[in-house]
Ligand binder design. Structure first.
Ligand SMILES: Cc1cc2nc3c(=O)[nH]c(=O)nc-3n(C[C@H](O)[C@H](O)[C@H](O)COP(=O)(O)OP(=O)(O)OC[C@H]3O[C@@H](n4cnc5c(N)ncnc54)[C@H](O)[C@@H]3O)c2cc1C
Length: 378
């Protein structure tokens, strides 16, 4: 006889853990994770930033609606702040004035503190920038460093306290429907629930196919990050994150070091991603074109997968072709900063109560997130 739950969640990254946190408030929840600890894949490899001005309109809405939770989580959720002010400076190359202005015009209505700044203001914030390599920037003060691990652990702990069960090292062998329920066998143990949440990250389409559900066209894309020592004698801690307006690189202070990325988006099979030497070298080269500090030795490099569907928006909703199969996928490069609201939205849609009012008020519509939206038909 399978062990009975109200919801089975596949995947214990930030998506699965946050969904468990929300759903365990009112349901018996089981989380199945293939790896030996939550957050082993993308969720443990992020750049740990909250950038409300990043991504398309629906993403910005999910991020902005997450900010109150991240700034002020429930009592006991985390023993230290989840966010610390950082700011982000989008910089333009020598001919990018129009691109900066267009970006500002598009995003400022939802991020009103953003402003276009000249070269001098850029240099004041990040004195190591090379003034002849930039035309200015757009500064967004409402960006933060996130403690991604504390957030993940808070979700896992809160879910467990509410009764959710996490089964790790759990490879799923079979999935089938039995009457109104999904029956999953993992490590020779059978579990059943009427609702199955697919929070499988880069594997979400593979898992759907295993369940006989039509995939959403997810493409995992590798992104690389490197860490090196800050320049001697320069205090970098007050620098904002610096992002190329065309997203060809970014760098930011990280505990006395500098974290940089070539902002690569190399399509990949779902896998335990690892950094290529070439991508690490490109990160250093692109940063050094705009910043005049030496990079002597890389102290660390890593890579993870950011998984996107065609319109680069999250997929949250019941599959149109499989009753009880719920998608929570396509988190792309925003899965950490959107997690509190994506999870709340998932719970509301599973409850059948529609989008949370604060999310709808930010211009996000259920059809923007739906797995049945036309942009995902392949
Ligand atoms: C270099 C880099 C920088 C980033 N920077 C940021 C940032 O600054 N801010 C931000 O918000 N986001 C950032 N991201 C994106 C963010 O990390 C992802 O959007 C997020 O982690 C995705 O979470 P997830 O839970 O969907 O996926 P994952 O964390 O990958 O979790 C999915 C889990 O599902 C499990 N799983 C899959 N299939 C099965 C199965 N069949 N059975 C059991 N378990 C299964 C996997 O083992 C995995 O643990 C970055 C990503 C990278 C790589």
């Amino acid at each position: 006889m399978p062990r009975q739950f109200d919801v089975i969640i596949v995947g214990a990254g930030i998506a699965g853990a946050s969904a468990a946190y929300e759903l365990a408030k009112t349901r018996r929840v089981l989380v199945l994770e293939r790896e030996s600890h939550p957050g082993y894949h993308s969720s443990g490899r992020s750049a740990a930033m909250y950038v409300g001005s990043y991504g398309n309109k629906a993403i910005r809405g999910l991020s902005l609606a997450s900010r109150p939770f991240l700034e002020s989580p429930p009592a006991g959720f985390a023993e230290a702040p989840l966010m610390r002010p950082r700011g982000v400076l989008y910089i333009g190359g020598t001919n990018d004035e129009a691109t900066l202005a267009a970006f500002h015009a598009e995003v400022a209505p939802s991020c009103p503190s953003m402003r276009v700044v000249g070269i001098d203001a850029c240099m004041k914030r990040v004195p190591s920038l090379k003034p002849d390599s930039i035309c200015g920037g757009v500064y967004d003060p409402d960006s933060f460093d996130l403690d991604a691990d504390l957030l993940l652990q808070g979700f896992v702990r809160g879910a467990r306290q509410a009764g959710a069960r996490f089964v790790l090292d759990s490879e799923i062998q079979t999935i089938r429907t039995e009457g109104q329920a999904w029956e999953v066998v993992a490590n020779n143990t059978a579990y059943a629930a009427p609702i199955l949440v697919n929070a499988g990250g880069a594997w979400a389409d593979e898992f759907a196919a295993q369940a006989g559900v039509r995939p959403v066209g997810l493409v995992p894309k590798r992104r690389t990050a490197v860490l090196f020592a800050a320049p001697d004698g320069v205090s970098v801690d007050t620098w904002p994150a610096v992002m190329d307006i065309h997203e060809r690189f970014y760098f930011k202070p990280d505990a006395g070091h500098i974290l940089a990325s070539p902002a690569d988006e190399t399509p990949s099979a779902p896998m335990d991603a690892y950094p290529e030497d070439l991508d690490a070298a490109i990160a250093v080269d692109r940063v050094q074109r705009v910043a005049g500090f030496p990079v002597r030795r890389l102290q660390a490099s890593w890579a993870g997968l950011r998984s996107f569907v065609a319109d680069k928006t999250l997929v949250i909703g019941f599959a149109p072709d499989a009753p009880g199969f719920f998608w929570l996928a396509g988190q792309g490069g925003y899965g950490i900063q959107t997690a509190p609201t994506a999870a709340r939205t998932a719970r509301a849609l599973i409850d059948g109560s529609g989008l949370p009012a604060d999310v709808a008020a930010l211009g996000v519509r259920a059809r923007d997130l739906s797995p049945a939206r036309p942009a995902l038909s392949q």
